[in-house]
Design a binder for this molecule. Sequence first.
Ligand SMILES: [Zn+2]
Length: 397
Amino acid sequence: MPELPEVETVARDLRALVVGATIVGAACDWPATVQTHTPEALAETVSGRVIEAVGRRGKRIVVELSGDRALTVHLKMTGQLFVVTSDTPSDRHVHLVLALDDGREVRFRDVRKFGRVGLYARSEVGELETEEGEASPLAGLGPEPLDPAFTLRAWRQRIRGRRGRLKSLLTDQGFVAGVGNIYADEALWRARLHPLRTAGTLRPDDERRLYREVRAILTEAVERRGSSIDDYTAPEGDGSMQERLDVYQREGEPCRRCGRPIRRIVLGIRATHFCSFCQRLPAVDRPGAARILAAGVARERALARRAAKAAPRAGGTGARAPGSGSDGRPARRGPRWTEAAAEGALGLTPAEAARAAARARTERTRRAAATRRAAARGSAVAPAPESADGQPGVDEG
Ligand SMILES: [Zn+2]
């Protein structure tokens, strides 16, 4: 899912392309995409409004319109925004189109259809609310980690007294806005802190390292236009941060610090990646972590059983559930989860076989994502209109 750097990149691209343009119409073929209005009401309300600014808050893009309105876009899993000329061929995954007065369109393409768009009234102080006075989707968000006002002192005040474990704390949007699975894993690896460590065990030096690394990884990722993994791409093209990630989707590959294989555990519904040697868990956190891991084992096994039942016994081609072997039975993915819970996640290395399997799986994921992105760009993107000097983009003046 796109996180702060990816959403920031989309917002910046969009800003350069559409600020100053007037919306002349809107069409939506999947009503659930628009949270606040029917497609007809949305079209009626946005038509005639000028796009005044494009920004970001947390993982949402905020498009400010004339007349004190704002559109918010949450890309969720697979949302993509493109700005194209209206004669560009579309595809069935484009669910919302904003027509602009210069013959271009902003297209929201969303394969899984989890993405959400909202239209809000904008108050004088920039707060958003629905016409019925309901609260903004931005209410309750934690501070922006790259905001200059987000100082080490502010971070310490925030993290002290929190009881959560670091991974869930970092990805809690109410704690700090915009950090998700990728950059939480990366920041924790860089700061040498175990994802299951509790915030209460951090010493002042740990707090400072984590603060520094969260901001450093996000800053670098923004500079590199985000990580183009899964379906993420931006109006002006892919990012390159995926080449710089140290742990995310590197299960089984050697840690860039110590050479031991990167581990992957499932917490809740998300995979977490870390080095169990570089990111030691303090003894006081081990019993609690073991319980969490054991719950993960049980869940993983239940999923594997379900996948095995759903998969055809023979002749299945390509429709296998992740984690299933070629015969439809769950594949053994390295050490059993119970072993991971008891030992591996807390310090031991997994077997060579697990490394090879993990590498193959990661490579398949990457190849599939690259193929999907290429297909998406081919169907939804045309060259941006060029200005007189041949440079793509929009007149700055
Ligand atoms: Zn390591």
